[in-house]
Each structure stands twice: as C-alpha cells, then as structure tokens.
Design a protein around this ligand. Structure first.
Ligand code: C2E
Ligand code: CA
Ligand code: CA
Length: 611
C-alpha cells in the first residue's frame, strides 16, 4: 500500500512544480514585456525632453538674433506634436495636465520660431517641462527596473522548480525501478520466513532437466497446526513457522531449494540425488528434526511434521510431482503423522477413495445410515464382560459399508464428526435406557474426537444429554486418542478435568501407537489406559522372533501395567486375537482386554458380569 501512496504523492508534487514553472515563466515574460514598455516610455520621454530642450535652445539663440534653420527644428516639432499620453500617464493627474499645457506651449514656440505660427514667449515653460519630463523618465526607468527584477525572480524560481521537477522525475523513475525490484523480491520470497515461496519453487521444479540429475520434490506439513493457530493465536503460529523454517534450513543441502509454499506447508526441491531412496532419507531427517521441541518466546512447543516424497522422471514433471508429493504427504498424515512417505500408485487409489468418502459424507443421513455396534471389554483372568465399547458403523447408499477408521478422520477434517458424534451419543443414551428397562446393566465406552471437545460448552452439553435420559455419567467412559491429549495440551487438559469433574470416566486411547512423550501424556488425568493393538502386535512379533514364550509375561506390558497402577487407572489391551496373547497379558498384569478373541463388535451387547 505504502509505495502506491508515495508514488501518488510524488506525482502530485511533480505536477505542482511543473505548474509553478509555467506560472513563473509566464510572469517573467509579462514582466519583461512590462519592462520593455517602460523603457520605451522612458526613451519617448527622453526624446520629448531633448526636443523641448532643443526648441528652448533655439529660442534662446533667437533672442540673440540667431534665427534657426526651419529644417533644423522639423524633427523636434514633429516629436512635440506627437501623442504624449503614455509620457503623461507617468505623472500625477495634475502634473500631467500642466505638462500637457507646457508641451503645447513649447510646440507653439517652436512653430513660431520656424514661422509656422505666431511667436510665443515660452521662457517659463522651459524650466518647468524639464522637471516634469525628468521625473517621468525616472519613473519609467524605475518601473522598468522593477519589472526586470520581477522577471529575474520569476526566471530563477522557474529554473529552480524546473530543476526540482527534473529531480523528482528522475527519483520517481528510480523508485519505480526500486519498487519493481521490491515486487520482484516479494513475489519470490515468503515474507514471514524469508524462504523462497511457492512461485520460486515452481520455477525451480520447471527448470529441472536432465542436467539436474535425479530430482525429487518433498512436501512437508505440520500436523495439527490449525489447532495451534486457533488456540495460541496467529502471532505464536507465525513464530512457530519461523522456527520450523530455521530448523529445516539446517537440514537442506547446499543447492537444494527450501520454500514455504502455503500456510504450514513447506516444499523442498532436491536435485543431483544418488538414488531415489536418498529423497526419503532427507524427508525423514526433516521429520525427525522435530523430535526435539522448539523454543518460542512463550516457552517450549512440540511440533510434528509429516512429509510426502515424489521422485521426478520422464513421466513425472513439475505438476505431477506436486500432486504426488501432496498425496504422499496426506498418506503420511493418515498413517498417524510424524513420518515421511514416498508416493505410490496405491496411495493415489486410496486418495480417490478418500475423495469418494468425503463426497458421500456430504449426503450423510445419520439416522438412516449410521448404527452402533458394541465390543465387549473383558477381564483377562476370567473373561468376565465388564463393559462395552460403542463403535459406529456406516452403511452408505453409494459406497456400502465404510469403516470408521476411514471416515472418522475425514469427518474430522470436514467437520461432519460433530453431527456423527452427536448422533452416536444420543443413540447410546437411548440404548442404555432401553437396556436398563430390560434389566441389563451395561456400561459403555465411547470414542470422542478431540474436535468434539473443543467447544467451551462441550462437557456441559454432554452432561445435560446424559442427565436428560436419567443416566449417570459414571456409566460412560470417554475414550480420547493419546495424540489429542499431547497435541492439544492446553484446551484438552481443561476438558479432561471438566469431564472427570462431571463424573465421566476417562480413557487414553491408542496408548503406545507412536507417541513417545510419556511425561506429557501422563500429566493428563485419566481412569483407563487403553493399549493400542499395534503395540500388542509389535510385542507379539518381537517375542516370536526371539523365540520367547508367546504366552509368558511380557516385560513391556508389565511396565505399562505398572504405570497404570501408579495412576490408579485400569489398563485395557486392545486387539487381542489369540488365546496366547490373552494368557500373556493376564500374566503381565494387564487386567482387562478387548479383541476378536474375547468378543467381536456386535449389534447387541453380550451378557455383562458385574465386577
Ligand atoms: P478404536 O477406538 O481403537 O477402536 C478399536 C478398533 O479396533 C475398532 O475398529 C474395533 O473393531 C477394532 N478391533 C477390536 N478388536 C480387534 C481385534 O482383535 N483385531 C483387530 N484387527 N481389530 C480389532 P473400528 O470399529 O473399525 O473403529 C476404528 C476406529 O474408529 C476406532 O478405533 C475409533 O478411533 C474410531 N471410531 C469408531 N467409532 C467411533 C465413534 O463413535 N466416534 C469416534 N469419534 N470415533 C470412532
Ligand atoms: Ca476406542
Ligand atoms: Ca484404540
């Protein structure tokens, strides 16, 4: 905005100066004309004075008997006979009247001398006219001098203004050039981080050719950055982006191009790679660069980054590389984030599935298409059912059965998760009321997306829903995924405290699914620790590989059970599919399990054995 304003001001200034030049020049011309006319008047007066003096001299000589040659006075008489109005105008009105009279007298005398009229005595007129004309001549010369001085000043001012105009024109041209340079700079650099921008990255990608060697495009995106911006404010958001830019800058190799290409999106163009895998290695280095927290003026902040990699070749040009890197990056996020993924055709297929699901979500009719199933949570030693986890099912008219693992993350992105969650909670309350009426005392676990808890009155709404059905919050365990507890620390922790305060039980879901910040996680209040299926699988596989007893106690599970005990929380292990896993878990002190082995999700809960 600023350069435009100052450019306009400069233009106005230049115009004003140009007008001044013209006005001054006009004034100078007029003044010179006036001076010229005054000088001409003075000359006329002098001529008149000379003529009068000559006639007077001839008259005096005539007194001594020297008759003048008539031809000698012809010129003087001619002068005296002229119109003297301009000479007279130089005098006051009374002087002018007198002078006119005197001139006439002298003319009469002259005419008398050359015999063209009667002789006239003019001795008085003589002395008088000389005084009048002398004053008139001086006045005319003074006026001329004044006009010349005025013209001089006008010329000087015009010259100065002209010079200034020229200077301004040169300067505005220079600043135009500077502005162009600034615009050029602005359009190639991201002003927030000082990195290259999307345009520059595009140029670099377009410029890649055979001489660049093996090249790749890496797209990096912060996980959950919108939450940061919403909750900590844009200023903190900007600070984070600058810190991220700085840290990424330490990783890129000389010759690579690092750019900020969108809100929280960074791009990296790599050239001269030895092999395709090197691109993934660099991307992974970028991701793990944030294993260590960053420091802001407000304190420590944990950042997670997901990366997508596309390798360029004869078929994959700049446009395609951007699409592929984007798809791969979204795959990395879908897999839980904080990792880098290389593009593959399968990813594209799943992305088109994502697009289909997103489209189908738009037409979702919750009451017709959604239903709940219930999976028993059982005691590990005697398999007594203690509660059920409610899991949502979607039967889409266009896509058929869609897994919540596929549509919930998308619904979180589109915001549809609010509508889905509300339906789930209402349906769950209705079912509990029904079961109560049938004398079946069932407690339930329900999943809530962090997005559903973001609102200030989220807990209040939940409480009034449960109460309006005459139910006690104690019968509900709310499962929140551990990543939400870590990412969203501020608001989330408040909600968790509120939930527990209202009487709900709280479970940290997906424990051990890849988030390593145990300290931060355990800072949150909870009643149940739900160990993720992926951790159970990993541990089972490890023991198999090392020839361990698959039904024996597992040290890792034992220590997790120990952590839960310290917090006076229950521990539930998910995804138990075999009898060996169950035995091992029971032997490790994991008191509750959930899995296909002890009960699949079903439309109705199984008989509950109360504990
Ligand atoms: P989750 O909360 O971790 O739920 C457990 C998932 O593991 C369920 O998948 C369940 O069917 C599955 N599962 C249980 N036992 C076994 C087993 O032995 N082996 C295997 N392979 N899988 C087992 P489901 O129902 O597909 O749900 C997937 C995820 O979708 C859930 O993971 C949860 O995060 C989300 N979800 C489900 N229902 C809801 C809901 O009502 N609201 C919200 N916000 N999220 C939901
Ligand atoms: Ca769950
Ligand atoms: Ca889970």
């Amino acid at each position: 905005m600023l350069p435009v304003f100052s450019a306009r001001r400069a233009l106005l200034g230049t115009l004003a100066l140009a007008v001044l030049v013209v006005v001054c020049l006009a004034l100078a011309v007029m003044s010179y004309a006036a001076a010229l006319s005054s000088r001409r008047d003075a000359a006329a007066v002098d001529e008149l004075r000379l003529a009068a003096n000559r006639v007077a001299a001839a008259d005096e000589l005539a007194d001594y008997g020297v008759e003048p040659e008539p031809a000698l006075l012809a010129d003087e008489i001619e002068v005296l006979a002229r119109d003297h109005s301009s000479a007279l105008s130089l005098m006051g009105p009374r002087d002018a009247a007198r002078a006119e009279h005197v001139i006439d007298e002298i003319l009469g005398c002259g005419l008398g001398l050359v015999g063209q009229g009667p002789a006239v005595d003019h001795s008085h007129a003589h002395g008088e006219i000389d005084g009048f004309l002398d004053r008139a001549s001086t006045a005319a010369r003074d006026a001329a001098t004044r006009a010349e001085r005025r013209a001089g000043v006008a010329i000087t001012v015009a010259a100065l203004a002209g010079l200034l105009t020229a200077l301004l024109l040169v300067r505005s041209r220079l600043s135009e050039v500077g502005l162009e340079a600034a615009l050029q700079e602005r359009s190639s650099v991201d002003p927030l981080t000082g990195l290259a921008n999307r345009r520059t990255l595009r140029h670099r990608l377009d410029a890649l050719d055979a001489s660049s060697g093996l090249s790749a495009m890496v797209l990096l995106d912060l996980d959950g950055f919108s939450t940061v911006n919403d909750e900590l404010g844009h200023q903190v958001g900007d600070e984070i982006l600058r810190a991220v830019a700085a840290r990424l800058g330490e990783i890129v190799r000389a010759g690579d191009l690092l750019a900020r290409i969108g809100g929280d999106e960074f791009g990296l163009v790599l050239a001269g790679l030895r092999e395709p895998n090197e691109a993934l290695e660099i991307a992974e280095r970028c991701v793990s660069a944030f294993d260590e927290s960053i420091w802001l003026s407000s304190g420590e902040e944990f950042i997670r980054v997901s990366g997508g990699v596309a390798v360029l070749d004869a078929d994959v040009g700049a446009n395609r590389a951007l699409v592929e890197a984007d798809l791969a990056m979204y795959e990395a996020k879908r897999l839980g984030g904080q990792q880098a993924v290389v593009f593959s055709p399968e990813i594209e297929a799943s992305a088109s599935r994502t697009a289909e699901i997103t489209r189908a979500l738009r037409g979702l009719d919750v009451t017709r298409e959604l239903s709940l199933v219930f999976q028993p949570i059982v005691r590990s030693d005697d398999r007594a059912v203690v509660s059920h986890e409610a899991l949502v099912r979607w039967e889409s008219p266009t896509l058929g059965t869609v897994s919540p693992a596929d549509f919930i993350p998308l619904a979180e992105r589109t915001g549809d998760v609010q509508v889905i969650g509300r339906w789930v909670r209402e349906e769950l309350c209705r079912r509990l009321v029904d079961w109560d009426a049938q004398g079946r005392a069932v407690d339930v676990s329900m999943n809530m997306s962090p997005l559903e808890l973001r609102g200030d009155d989220a807990v209040e709404e939940l409480v009034s829903l449960v109460r309006s059905h005459g139910l006690s919050p104690r019968r509900f365990t709310v499962e929140i995924t551990e990543s939400a507890v870590i990412d969203d620390a501020g608001v989330m922790r408040r909600r968790l405290v509120e939930l527990r305060g209202a009487g709900f039980r709280l479970a940290i879901d997906d424990f051990g699914s890849g988030y390593s910040n145990l300290g931060q996680l355990l800072g949150a209040p909870f009643d149940v620790l739900k160990v993720d299926r992926s951790l159970l699988l990993q541990l089972s596989e490890m023991r198999e590989a090392h020839g361990g007893d698959p039904s024996g106690p597992c040290a890792v599970m034992q220590s997790i059970a120990g952590i839960a005990a310290v917090f006076d929380a229950d521990i539930v292990c998910e995804g138990v599919e075999t009898a060996q896993q169950l035995t091992s878990l029971a032997a490790s002190g994991v008191t509750f399990v959930q899995g296909y082995h002890t009960g699949r999700p079903a439309p109705e809960p199984v008989e509950v054995v109360s504990v």
